[in-house]
Design a protein around this ligand. Structure first.
Ligand code: ADP
Ligand code: MG
Length: 696
């Protein structure tokens, strides 16, 4: 399987080069893992009478009569009549007439293959493939013929989608069952009704019928899911076994004093439950790796803060990492206020922290005198070392890769507990695959007294009414956001787009009656911050921006969120933006603006947002509509690089694979039993694509 592809008969150095460059096929094994996208099924001769409007490609056999040309010039075509026991079918050619005419012998028997269509209620077939039954090889095939994706360059080298099949056929004939050994434990194969590995490879490339093909595809998809789940399960259980040291034995003075005297509100039931889960984890003697999902405004920060106090009570340091500077600032402001009367020091480290300050913060972190540190990416730099880091909290996980998470674990002698917080609700299937190495907690309850945000979809024509509405809200003392889409491809276009938008807004809201803040990607951190602060303080009534305010900022007085060209945003992103309002006691509104002409699909998508405030439902829909590749943060994660399987359309199979993986690992957490050796060996070998190997 690891033989270089040029060793395969029919490949040679030139083609090998192309296969590598164009398709990433380097070895025999790679070629075997390169699957067909469709098949030509000439395995079974069917009856003409079977043809109906839904019939796809079909193989027929019969006598050809009435071969004639009809029409003139461009309308000229060759027709013939094919008859079998059950009926008749018209065949037609518009091109290559001359050649077909020479080949077709009236009264001869032929095999005919093609896709029927209906004309005036009668079936016909244009440009069928024909084979005289007198000629050699004109018989139904033993298996369906695979067709592979190819590229222009490969085609030029004589490797089109069908020719690649010839290579694969040859390769498959070289490989016996011992070269493709089974890796799934037998009980699982039996339970889930999966064909063996060798058989599956053969049948995914050269199935004898559709049923065999489906079974092979199912097996391969299952295998992909299963391997991914086992890998993550091993990481999870390995960490559970190996991590030790950081045990929070008690709930101490800081936590208790804060809870009793400084908590500005009652915790919600969900917050309490999550804190309990965290307490259990941190007392268990194994390292916590927990993903905390909670919709925008569900109060994750409080959970973070109290977890850090728990750490401090046990003599450990904590850090909280935020995705942006603004974010980190808001955290520190809030946390300093909350902790004002408690004897616990907290500091902030970001890219813009001055050198002198930075030096003293680094020193305090390293000698253990600073219990709480808040910051941005700056925290993962190597210069940042702790004397006894016990708790790492990562806010808004989707901005951080798995690898960055891993780097935080290496910040000291101790292995800290890790809490990853995200406001993007993650659909279950996605959580299982992209974050399967983490335990999860969910805050599924908003603090009491929140009014649901009223969401509407408005067309360009009603812009005047929308602007008028903003004026009313401002008159009532409220503030508004107006968001413009971020165009990924071009920063320049973004900027121009936003500027145009800004001028437009200014025309509606002239100074000095109104003041507008603007934040965009070309500003440096200080400029952004200054503009944000003006809005936070209420000096400006309107905030115009691209999506930089997507996460973090908290302005309870803002009650209107207008999103321009709303159809350009993903659903989850819109939901996040909407979460910027509805943070105070006043009723809030989210207005999704689009052009007058919107596609039905876009209307439907925006309709989901109008209907529900439930982040999980929205995330599921988003995943369904856009597929996993487009969900923010998952593209680079590597965990979703499935070849055949799709976590949305194959979610039932994913569920099955997950259960199978759990069963195996429950019984044999380190895969020591003889039955599980092939699986273990495969996972450890270089052949298994393993995006997790670096951190596991
Ligand atoms: P997020 O989960 O989006 O990070 P925050 O932690 O910023 O949410 O909380 C949103 C707002 O709700 C904050 O103003 C916070 O003080 C408030 N809040 C958090 N928990 C509660 C609670 N249990 N009761 C009332 N208000 C709360
Ligand atoms: Mg938050």
């Amino acid at each position: 399987m690891s033989n270089p592809i040029e060793y395969l008969k029919g490949v040679g150095p030139l083609r090998a080069d192309m296969l590598k460059k164009e398709l990433g096929i380097h070895t025999f094994g790679d070629l075997l893992d390169f699957y067909p996208y469709r098949y030509v099924d000439k395995t079974r001769i069917r009856n003409i009478a079977e043809i109906n409007p839904r019939t796809e490609f079909i193989l027929l056999s019969g006598v050809v009569t009435k071969v004639e040309t009809v029409g003139e010039k461009r309308g000229k075509r060759l027709t013939a009549l094919l008859s079998d026991r059950t009926g008749q079918l018209e065949l037609a050619w518009f091109q290559g007439i001359h050649w077909v005419q020479k080949t077709l012998v009236p009264g001869g028997r032929y095999l005919v293959y093609g896709r029927p269509s209906f004309f005036m209620g009668r079936p016909q077939m244009t440009h069928p493939e024909i084979d005289s039954l007198q000629s050699e090889g004109a018989e139904p095939r033993e298996f369906m013929e695979p067709v592979y994706p190819s590229t222009e360059k490969l085609k030029a080298r004589g490797l089109n989608g069908r020719q690649i099949g010839k290579l694969t056929f040859h390769l498959m004939s070289l490989l016996g069952e011992s070269e493709i050994p089974e890796i799934l434990p037998l009980p699982i194969r039996l339970k889930c009704g999966l064909p063996g590995r060798w058989e599956a490879y053969r049948n995914i490339h050269f199935p004898k019928d559709q049923e065999a093909c489906d079974a092979a595809v199912r097996r391969m998809k299952f295998e992909e899911f299963f391997l991914a789940q086992v890998r993550m399960g091993l990481i999870r259980s390995g960490r559970h076994r190996s991590s030790k040291g950081v045990i929070f034995t008690r709930v101490g003075a800081l936590f208790n004093a804060f809870y009793a005297e400084h908590l500005p509100f009652q915790l919600t039931g969900a917050q309490k439950r999550v804190l309990k889960e965290i307490r259990q984890d941190t007392a268990s003697g194994r390292q916590m790796n927990r993903l905390l999902q909670g919709d925008v405004g569900s109060g994750k920060t409080m959970v973070a803060l109290m977890s850090m106090l728990l750490a401090a009570d046990n003599g450990f340091q904590s850090c909280l990492m935020a995705p942006t500077e603004i974010h980190a600032r808001q955290h520190i402001q809030k946390i300093t206020t909350l902790l004002k009367e408690l004897p616990v020091k907290v500091d902030i480290l970001t890219g813009s922290t001055r050198a002198k300050e930075r030096k003293s913060i680094l020193a305090a972190a390293a000698d253990g005198s600073l219990p709480l540190l808040i910051g941005t990416h700056a925290l993962i730099e190597d210069a940042v070392q702790f004397s006894n880091l016990g708790m790492v909290i990562v806010d808004e996980q989707h901005r951080f890769g798995v690898a960055q998470r891993a780097r935080l674990w290496e910040k000291g002698q101790t292995t800290p507990h890790v809490l990853v917080m995200t406001a993007t609700p993650i659909p279950r299937t996605l959580a299982m695959t992209a974050y399967g190495d983490l335990d999860t907690s969910i805050i599924d309850e908003l603090p009491p007294g929140r009014q649901p945000i009223v969401t509407v979809h408005r067309l360009e024509d009603s812009r005047p009414q929308v602007m008028e509405f903003i004026k009313q809200e401002i008159k009532a003392g409220r503030q508004a956001y107006i968001i413009f889409p971020l165009i990924e491809e071009s920063e320049k276009l973004n900027y121009e787009n936003l500027m145009k938008g800004y001028e437009n807004v200014k025309a509606w809201f002239p100074e000095p009656q109104y003041w507008i803040s603007m934040v965009h990607g070309r500003m440096n951190a200080q400029q952004k911050d200054a503009n944000m602060q003006r809005f936070v303080r209420g000096d400006t009534q309107i905030m115009v921006s691209t999506t930089v305010i997507e996460v973090g900022v908290n302005v309870p007085n803002a009650t209107v969120m207008v999103i321009e060209s709303a159809e350009k945003f993903g659903l989850s992103q819109l939901h996040q933006l909407r979460g910027r309002v509805g943070r105070g006691t006043e009723k809030s509104f989210c207005i999704l603006l689009t052009g007058n002409k919107v596609s039905r699909e876009a209307k439907e998508r925006l309709g989901i947002l109008v209907q529900t405030n439930d982040g999980f439902r929205i995330a599921e829909k988003d995943l369904e509509l856009r597929g996993p590749g487009d969900i923010e943060g998952t593209r680079q994660s590597g965990a979703l690089n499935f070849r055949l399987a799709n976590i949305v359309s194959d979610r039932l199979l994913l569920e099955e694979a997950r259960q199978a993986s759990d069963t195996i690992l429950d019984q044999d957490p380190e895969l020591l039993e003889p039955d599980n050796q092939p699986l273990k060996k495969y996972l450890q070998s270089g052949t298994a694509r393993n995006p997790w190997s670096k951190i596991s």
